[in-house]
Design a protein around this ligand. Structure first.
Ligand code: MF3
Ligand code: CO
Ligand code: CO
Length: 290
């Protein structure tokens, strides 16, 4: 297929080729780009898009660093919300959670048995708690999404274990990412590590494409079988964000319609990064050591 500079871009964006995929990573050819757009509704990212998401990612990481420096026993989860909201805006960002599908706050703060989507409020962090802080920031119109689980004071053995397993799950998941691997390879690596350590993988929430919007296709389950699902191609950007429970995988949603908690009350931990598929592997656009 021969596309002129001023023709509509074959990726389906509706803008001119020269304003869009002409600048794409050359290894994803136009055929792949249009197949992923038309068949899967996945918009591959150009080098320019990637740079913008990386900048949003840098702000997300700086925000998480501020949280890490401030977090302590006796702090209310709403103080984390204030910190994240003010820091993001002061640096030109917009906290994506606020008003997203009626979410009332600027960050998700999930303590102990809370799996995800905890709403910051009057809960006071206690010595021995684990708390996931999930930051998504829009900068210059681009989204990056990352989270970490922190210890408050001195962790007990259960807290240490679940945080360690969740951290390793993200690392093993992201190491599967390269062109030609599949979405199922990511979930398989995570599930097999978590379950072999006696932990369980949450099914109801998955990783997701990200960059132009908060949540884009594809979905990235944290369980699965090798060699199944979509093939990864350069220019895909998605999160991996395994939620790992110390007990069973089942959850319930509280009356606030957001807070997801383990049904058995066991601890749950999560780490999340925004991952780019490169020509020969992956790059985290929200990189931190795992
Ligand atoms: N940041 C979460 C994720 O990783 C989504 C939170 S949705 C919100 O996808 F509305 F609760 F913010
Ligand atoms: Co996410
Ligand atoms: Co997130």
């Amino acid at each position: 297929m021969k596309v002129g500079r001023n023709d509509p871009c074959p990726c389906g964006s509706g803008v001119k080729y020269k304003k869009c995929c002409l600048h794409r990573n050359k290894s994803a050819d136009m055929n792949t780009t249009s197949v992923y757009a038309k068949r899967y509704n996945i918009r591959l990212k150009t080098a320019r898009d990637v740079e913008a998401i990386r900048e949003a990612g840098t702000l997300v990481l700086k925000t998480l660093d501020q949280v890490e420096a401030a977090i302590r026993p006796g702090m209310k989860t709403d103080e984390i919300n204030t910190l994240v909201d003010e820091f993001s805006r002061r640096h030109g960002g917009i906290p994506a959670p606020l008003n997203y599908r009626n979410f009332p706050k600027s960050v998700c703060v999930s303590v102990n048995e809370v799996i995800c989507h905890g709403i910051p409020g009057q809960r006071v962090l206690m010595d021995g708690d684990i708390v996931n802080v999930d930051v998504t920031t829009v900068l210059n119109g681009y989204f990056a999404d990352a989270s970490k689980t922190y210890f408050i004071g001195q962790p007990g053995p259960d807290a240490r274990k679940i945080v360690s397993v969740a951290r390793t799950c993200l690392d093993l998941g992201r190491r599967q990412v390269k062109p030609g691997s599949t979405i199922g390879d990511i979930g398989w690596a995570i599930q097999q590590y978590a379950e072999s350590h006696g932990c369980s993988v949450v099914r109801e929430f998955v990783g997701h494409g990200v960059g132009f919007e908060f949540h884009e296709p594809p979905q990235v389950p944290h369980f699965g079988r090798k060699n199944t699902g979509l093939k990864l191609v350069p220019g895909m950007v998605f999160t991996i964000e395994p939620m790992i429970n110390l007990g069973g995988a089942d959850l319930k949603i509280l009356d606030d319609d957001w807070t997801a908690v383990t049904r058995d009350g066991s601890l749950s931990a999560q780490f999340e990064q925004t991952i780019l598929v490169t020509d020969n592997g992956f790059e985290s656009l929200t990189p931190y050591e795992l």
